[in-house]
Design a protein around this ligand. Structure first.
Ligand code: ADP
Ligand code: ADP
Length: 234
């Protein structure tokens, strides 16, 4: 059973003149442990797709199954639990600028009701996982892009997610920093068994770490398979 299954998923946005179809009849199965790349040009619908997976956007049609459960029909409690099992990181990191690295990681833990001291311990552990122990007291403005993304990854791991959704997570980074962030994501996938979904417009990101890939163009998935199947041509 896939951990994420999208079935006949469509998403239309209301725009001035009517509606715009950003996703059309998308079907996709992602299995536990996959590093799944979703690649396509700007405007293809990648962000919309990944935001439908955790219901940041509600699909207009079709279903999203997480761990076999239809997200659209869960009780409020179950829905919240499913959503907490999916963390997200972004191109622009989305850190709280007035908080230190450590406090940024503590934030979701405190929201979840963890005691301050306990949250602090866990944040320290997570900053060690991402190789940033020495920057715990630094503010985002004092960190490089790669370091900021490491903080965001630590924050994403705080809630013990099953899935990490990455929306152009390396697009603001230079090539060597991109390499090191991809290596960290691979390590997290292997060490913790976290399924990773990577949205990107860069072929090299997919080739570097993905096990599977879907190509999206004009709101539709046009090709899907293992990276070998999709990128190896006779
Ligand atoms: P990608 O991530 O591949 O660049 P997006 O999913 O961000 O693509 O966007 C796909 C299309 O949907 C784009 O044409 C974009 O302008 C449009 N779109 C995205 N979000 C909205 C929105 N909230 N309202 C209207 N149109 C949107
Ligand atoms: P990304 O870099 O992930 O592709 P975008 O810059 O396309 O993101 O979009 C940033 C935000 O603006 C998103 O929340 C998206 O829903 C919204 N957005 C994108 N395109 C449009 C649009 N044409 N109309 C309204 N909102 C949009």
């Amino acid at each position: 059973q896939p951990i994420i299954s999208l079935q006949n998923l469509s998403k239309t946005y209301s725009v001035d003149q009517g509606t715009f179809t950003a996703l059309k009849d998308v079907n996709l199965d992602i299995y536990k442990g996959d590093i799944y790349g979703i690649i396509g040009m700007s405007g293809a619908g990648k962000s919309t797709l990944v935001r439908c997976i955790n219901y940041l956007e509600e699909p207009t049609k079709g279903k999203v199954y997480f761990d076999g459960k239809d997200l659209g029909t869960l009780s409020a409690v179950e829905f919240r639990k499913a959503r907490q099992s999916m963390s997200m990181i972004f191109q622009q990191f989305n850190l709280l600028m007035q908080r230190t690295a450590e406090d940024n990681v503590c934030f979701p833990l405190e929201i979840a009701g963890m005691k301050k001291k306990e949250a602090r311990e866990k944040a320290k552990e997570l900053l060690a996982v991402v190789g940033l122990s020495d920057k715990a007291k630094s503010y985002p403005s004092q960190l490089s892009g790669g370091q900021k993304q490491r903080v965001a990854i630590a924050r994403a791991l705080a809630t013990n997610p099953k899935v990490l959704l990455c929306d152009e997570a390396t697009s603001a980074l230079d090539p060597s920093t991109t390499q090191s962030i991809l290596a960290l994501l691979k390590e997290i996938n292997q060490k913790f068994g976290i399924t990773i979904v990577i949205i990107t417009h860069e072929m090299k990101v997919v080739e570097e770490i993905c096990s599977h890939v879907a190509i999206i163009a004009d709101s539709q998935i046009v090709e899907v398979g293992t990276v070998e199947e999709v990128f190896t041509h006779p």
